[in-house]
Ligand binder design. Structure first.
Ligand code: BGC
Length: 428
């Protein structure tokens, strides 16, 4: 039952600004809430007050023994209006980076994690080529102002999820349902990633830094046919994977734009990532192009299948595109009562530890319960809970388990008995 985590693998947690900071900073998700599109009616501006309580949160992380922390900057806070920089927000992020450093927690900064300032959104955001320079101005600001405190960057979080939820399924702002727009956004995000990759490296190296690491957080799912014997189901699984993730990953990583994506002659082929960033959650079982859940499978509280082997299967697909050290930039589950999360953690970390692939880092999603986009605050992914009234932080049982895993370098038989044995998933 016991296992050791890979020697030298760094362990920590991930968050995103819009999901934990709170406050209305004029972002598209603040607007989306005001327009009534959050399923449970909760408001991101009353998220977790991390903007105010960052010292307390950093202390909890240090207490838990976390070694690394991935978080994002909120574009609308840093640049509340076109061409305008909010110096107070710059200082506040700098202080947080400094405090992390004092506590020996290495930061990984995500420059874009789904949310846009409204001034950028109303111009057509990433759908329009003429807007892309705004994102690069953000990248420049981030490296200019935080580059001395941070060496590791994620340019864009889950470009495929952003493009499909916002422009294909129409569930996220601006809620378009257009294949053409989805493809344009994917192409433009690949452009942004490659340009940012080059820019971050050149800016930091011109200042004498030699430790810069840049990548992207790729959301990957395992796609399997509903019926293995059905040719169409098999084809649909391949096609869904190709359109949702494989083509875009190639474009972002290698500057190779497979159909239906086009490069528009903007970049040469190259190697545009220093690590393989993988956000892994679940598997999709399909009988057509799209998504679906296998019958009789273990489920989390959002009804996503729990499929631990997938973490290695997806990492291995990415590793085939470009062999680089693998960082699990997100992995976690919606478990509202913290009933089975210890088992989920155990099984995913065990799969990673048993693999021959060069896993180097693991960021659990999420540090704390947070604003889960259209689901609102009621979908809980945290290993730390926040009292809705007092805002007090409390480490959950799964948080204590994770902390012990880090301290012990793995799971002992005693820990298995205490935290994992007897935990069952719902099977539907
Ligand atoms: C995103 C997070 C999100 C998590 C759980 C990932 O797709 O990067 O922002 O909260 O999944 O849904």
């Amino acid at each position: 039952m016991s296992f050791s985590i890979k020697k030298g693998m760094l362990m920590g947690v991930a968050t995103a600004s819009m999901q934990i900071e709170g406050g209305n900073c004029g972002a598209n998700w603040n607007d989306w809430y005001q327009r009534g599109f959050i399923k449970d009616g909760t408001d991101p501006s009353s998220a977790n007050d991390h903007w105010e309580k960052w010292r307390e949160d950093t202390a909890v992380m240090a207490e838990m023994g976390l070694e690394i922390y991935r978080f994002s900057v909120e574009w609308a806070r840093l640049m509340p209006r076109e061409g305008e920089v909010n110096e107070a927000a710059v200082s506040r992020y700098r202080e947080e980076l400094e405090l992390l450093r004092e506590n020996g927690i290495k930061p990984l900064l995500t420059i874009h994690h789904f949310s846009n300032p409204m001034w950028f959104e109303t111009k057509g955001a990433f759908e329009k080529r003429e807007n892309l320079h705004y994102y690069l101005e953000l990248v420049e600001l981030v490296v200019e102002r935080f580059g001395d405190l941070c060496s590791d960057y994620i340019t864009i979080n889950e470009p495929n999820v952003y493009a499909t939820n916002s422009y294909f399924f129409g569930e996220w702002p601006p809620a378009k349902k257009s294949l053409g727009a989805t493809i344009a956004v994917m192409e433009n995000l690949a452009y942004c990633h490659i340009a940012a990759y080059n820019m971050i490296h050149s800016m930091r190296s011109s200042r004498g830094y030699t430790d810069t690491i840049v990548g992207c957080a790729n959301h990957m799912r395992v796609f399997t046919p509903k019926n293995e014997k059905n040719l169409w189901h098999r084809l649909a699984a391949k096609l869904s994977s190709y359109l949702f993730q494989d083509a875009l990953t190639k474009a972002m990583t290698l500057g190779v734009f497979p159909v239906p994506l086009r490069n528009h002659g903007r970049f040469p082929k190259g190697e545009y990532t220093d690590f393989i960033g993988l956000n892994y959650y679940s598997r999709s079982t399909v009988s057509g192009i799209g998504d679906g859940v296998r019958e009789n499978s273990p489920r989390n509280d959002l009804d996503w299948e729990i499929y631990p082997e997938g973490i290695v299967e997806c990492a291995s697909e990415l590793y085939k595109v470009l062999p680089r050290p693998i960082w699990i930039t997100e992995n976690g589950t919606c478990d509202n009562a913290d009933r089975f999360r210890c088992r989920y953690l155990y099984e995913h970390l065990k799969a990673v530890s048993g693999s021959e692939l060069p896993f180097e880092r693991y960021y659990h999603w999420c540090f704390c319960d947070n604003f889960e986009w259209v689901e609102g605050n009621s979908a809980k992914f945290g290993i730390v809970e926040i009292d809705p009234e007092t805002r007090e932080r409390r480490v959950k049982r799964s948080g204590r388990f994770y902390s012990e895993i880090i301290k012990n370098g793995g799971v002992t038989d005693e820990m298995y008995e205490e935290y994992v044995r007897g935990l069952e998933y719902r099977v539907l």
